[in-house]
Design a protein around this ligand. Structure first.
Ligand code: ARG
Length: 462
């Protein structure tokens, strides 16, 4: 029997008029939450199995509902399912179709549940798989970076502070900094799986239910770890959404930092890297141009992620318990953030596979800016019994002298150095060698070649 021949919605028993057509169109979320169809069906199947085990519905009804739900899933997969805005969201669209397929017995599916607990059950399951997918993409990023790092252990470049040449580093060390960032991102996403592991199903509208349900059964069946503790909090809580949006924001922020760095390095002024033609765009008027648009896209998109986080924070601010329509927007926000991040990671991976360090230019730049000055100060402390502050002063005088003479530090001879610090011997001259400088940074986490090699091996293991 088709319950729905008058095209009425489920609550048109008490509410005599159809909802404003404008609101039906605008307030309907089906175009967005239809993404949750799989989770909705899996959740409903677990729910009716539980209802049957608890003797709340019969074996026959359970089977009929599951048959109908499986059929609906096939229709959706084959794109034969007709979504209708009138039925507001994915839950009512599916329930409605169930009535069409199996008749009145479909009416048992919503026993002991509400869309309030249903939607977050679906959403948490969806977020679980989205989180895992993001991390798989980030694994690719990490592996690509590690490969480039392996080839560049001995590529020397200046490390910067304030974007001024600071000290010599290995390019691989620089790259491994990005690996650390992405590994932290991954960990942040993994941490979120904890709050995503609490099963909301059974909280019903806000109070729980008088039916003798078994929340542990659906918890196990749907891959959660435990049921949530408080029914009111359960249907009001969107902290897990904030956690996701925050994690996406931090990851986008990291991507934007790399993007900006690559934009600077790719500029004609720096010229430290070359982007291959696959990841640049041309200009409509300047025939010579090869622009880093993809990097600029990555830099810009972090704004979208932060905006989404702020939208959700604003929706939740001051919202009383428990469910309100305001919350419905959570899905659109999350889906957008998720899609944007996945796209950004894909593009970043493309770029990483399509650039080359300009090793010659890196070394040239490292020879500018007296970047071995700190090495000299350290040498004075170690070899001439000076305090670091004293050694700093002596070194600053030597740099001043070199600057005045328009010489690099390694172009100074021992006589010139002795004019400022008579204790110095020829031995000091090795200090101005960039490779010597990099090799000497052996403290744990430092840029020495040995450290880097060990770090790469460590990263490759986990
Ligand atoms: N589509 C709704 C949402 O995502 C489902 C929950 C509706 N609950 C309600 N009481 N109107 O928020």
């Amino acid at each position: 029997m088709n319950k729905n021949k008058n095209n009425k919605t489920i609550w048109n028993v008490r509410i005599k008029k159809n909802t404003s057509t404008a609101f039906q169109k605008i307030g309907s979320s089906i175009e967005i939450d239809k993404k949750l169809y799989k989770e909705d069906i899996v959740g409903s199947i677990a729910h009716v199995e539980m209802l049957f085990r608890q003797k709340i519905i019969s074996f026959k009804i359970k089977n009929k509902i599951i048959y109908g739900l499986n059929k609906i899933e096939k229709e959706i997969v084959k794109k034969k399912f007709e979504y209708n805005k009138k039925y507001e969201d994915i839950h009512i669209n599916i329930e409605n179709r169930l009535f069409e397929l199996i008749g009145d017995e479909a009416g048992y599916i919503h026993t002991a549940r509400s869309r309030n607990d249903q939607v977050i059950t679906d959403f948490k399951m969806w977020l679980r798989s989205a989180t895992i997918k993001i991390n798989k993409n980030l694994d690719n990023t990490v592996n690509i970076i590690l490969k480039i790092a392996e080839k560049n252990v001995k590529t020397i470049m200046p490390g910067f502070t304030h974007l001024k040449n600071a000290q010599a580093v290995s390019f691989a060390h620089y790259l491994l900094a990005y690996v650390e960032m992405f590994k932290r991102d991954k960990q942040r996403f993994i941490n979120n799986l904890e709050s995503l592991s609490e099963n909301p199903l059974g909280a019903a509208a806000l109070t729980g239910t008088s039916f003798n349900i078994d929340r542990n059964f659906t918890t196990k069946k749907l891959g959660f770890k435990k049921p949530t503790n408080n029914s009111i909090d359960t249907v009001s809580d969107r902290d897990f959404v904030l956690d996701f949006l925050y994690s996406v924001s931090v990851c986008s922020l990291h991507i934007s930092r790399i993007a900006e760095e690559f934009i600077i390095w790719n500029s004609d002024a720096f010229n430290l890297i070359n982007l291959s033609d696959g990841v640049v765009t041309g200009s409509s008027i300047m025939p010579q141009k090869k622009n880093p648009d993809l990097l600029e896209y990555l830099r810009g998109k972090s704004g979208t992620s932060f905006g989404n986080l702020f939208s959700m924070l604003t929706i939740l601010k001051g919202l009383p318990l428990s469910y309100f329509k305001d919350l419905q927007d959570d899905k659109e926000i999350v889906f957008k953030s998720n899609e944007t991040l996945i796209n950004c990671v894909l593009i970043l991976n493309e770029i990483l596979k399509n650039f080359k360090p300009n090793k010659k230019k890196m070394l040239e730049l490292a020879n500018i800016g007296y970047i071995t000055a700190t090495d000299l100060a350290d040498y004075l402390v170690k070899n001439h019994a000076m305090s670091f502050r004293k050694a700093y002063q002596v070194t600053a005088l030597i740099v001043n002298y070199a600057e005045k003479k328009k010489k690099k530090l390694d172009e100074l001879n021992i006589n010139e150095l002795n004019k400022i610090e008579p204790k110095l011997t020829n031995d000091v001259l090795k200090i101005f060698d960039l490779e010597y400088s990099v090799r000497s940074k052996k403290s744990y986490g430092g840029t020495s070649f040995d450290n880097i090699k060990k770090m790469i091996t460590k990263h490759k293991k986990n």
